[in-house]
Design a protein around this ligand. Structure first.
Ligand SMILES: NC(=O)c1ccc[n+]([C@@H]2O[C@H](COP(=O)([O-])OP(=O)(O)OC[C@H]3O[C@@H](n4cnc5c(N)ncnc54)[C@H](OP(=O)(O)O)[C@@H]3O)[C@@H](O)[C@H]2O)c1
Length: 314
């Protein structure tokens, strides 16, 4: 949790300058460059390496971490529990709407019913070792890459919001976000008090510009997943884009840093959660907050076409 001292502060509670500057996630001031923990699944056999990545992120000013119970069937949440201390002031954001599916063709399965949403919040509370999760995203299956709901997993959004707001009233979750949602779904959910939206979005995957604009207007944080295009082979990669590579050469930074710097410039409510299990990549991603894109470079990146249509996971 963020202490009142750090509100609107340019440094984290540990006194580290905020990479990317300060941003707002509901009532929490966080660094605009955060961290997505999904890639830590790969380190399930190397706990020490996973903890080192998380500690380094905090030391470098990250105080917003995205996770899920279905990342390594609770393993990643266990890493967070061990690595992050209450005094670090890290806002942990988890998601429900899917459950672990160990041994399955993909490691997650839909879990959209209201009773499953509650069970998933309880699983997250246990594995994270906390009494309240600061923000929980309701992970719908409506938009973007990945699973779609079938059978009893097709659940009315209002029924899910009722379950989520009840858990917020009980104090199990601090605030409510949405993920993989449509523009119509977001509009419908606004009265429930949505603090963030997490859809797939990057320089090369820009299907949701209208939703991003609505989030700017409604002062909702836009926290794109796949900000670099993900680790999945079927998805368009930001670093493969010639304009991005050209900008990186001209600026003396890496293509990943150009992609992240472009996102930071795209909108003031945009918070980054790039995923990595690699310490050098982590440091590079955090340093992207210092990459200045001049107007000409920005213009060359703005005209890169969205390549997400037809892209599939894997
Ligand atoms: N709401 C949802 O449904 C949802 C879905 C997917 C993901 N997420 C969240 O969003 C976060 C970000 O998405 P993501 O991790 O899937 O994709 P991403 O951040 O777009 O890309 C991750 C990939 O980029 C590589 N990478 C990262 N930094 C790099 C750098 N500086 N140079 C070169 N390669 C780099 C990583 O490999 P290395 O590990 O080798 O660096 C990994 O292969 C996830 O970690 C997760 O927390 C949410």
């Amino acid at each position: 949790m963020t202490s009142p001292d750090s509100l609107f502060s340019g440094t984290t509670v540990l006194g580290v300058p905020r990479p990317g500057g300060p941003g707002l996630l509901e009532r929490h001031t966080v660094s605009r460059i955060g961290y997505g923990a999904m890639q830590l699944e790969r380190l399930h056999g190397d706990r020490a390496a996973a903890l080192t990545v998380l500690r380094r992120a905090v030391q470098l000013g990250v105080d917003h971490v995205d996770t899920a119970q279905f990342y390594g069937d609770g393993v990643v949440n266990g890493f967070l529990r061990e690595a992050l201390h209450p005094d670090d002031g890290v806002v942990v954001v988890s998601k429900v709407g899917a459950d672990p599916n160990p041994g399955g063709p993909i490691p997650m399965r839909p879990a959209q019913r209201p009773d499953e949403l509650r069970a998933s919040v309880e699983d997250n509370l246990r594995s994270l070792g906390v009494e309240q999760i600061p923000v929980v995203n309701l992970r719908r299956l409506d938009a973007g890459p990945g699973l779609r709901a079938e059978g009893d997993q097709v659940v009315d959004l209002d029924d899910q919001l009722a379950a989520m707001t009840a858990m917020r009233d009980e104090g199990l979750i601090g605030a409510l976000g949405l993920s993989s949602v449509t523009l119509a779904g977001l509009r419908r959910a606004l009265p429930a008090g949505i603090v963030c939206v997490q859809n797939a979005y990057s320089l090369v995957a820009r299907d949701d510009e209208d939703m991003l604009d609505l989030c700017v207007t409604e002062e909702i944080a836009w926290v794109p997943f796949f900000p670099l295009g993900s680790a999945f082979p079927g998805m368009p990669k930001v670093t493969a884009e010639p304009a991005v590579q050209g900008a990186a050469r001209a600026l003396g930074c890496s293509p990943s840093q150009v992609g992240l710097a472009w996102l930071l410039r795209r909108a003031p409510n945009l918070l980054l959660i790039p995923g990595t299990a690699d310490l050098d990549h982590l440091e590079a991603n955090i340093a992207a907050g210092a990459v200045a894109l001049d107007d000409a470079t920005l213009a060359s990146l703005d005209i890169v076409p969205s390549r997400s249509a037809g892209a599939t996971l894997g």
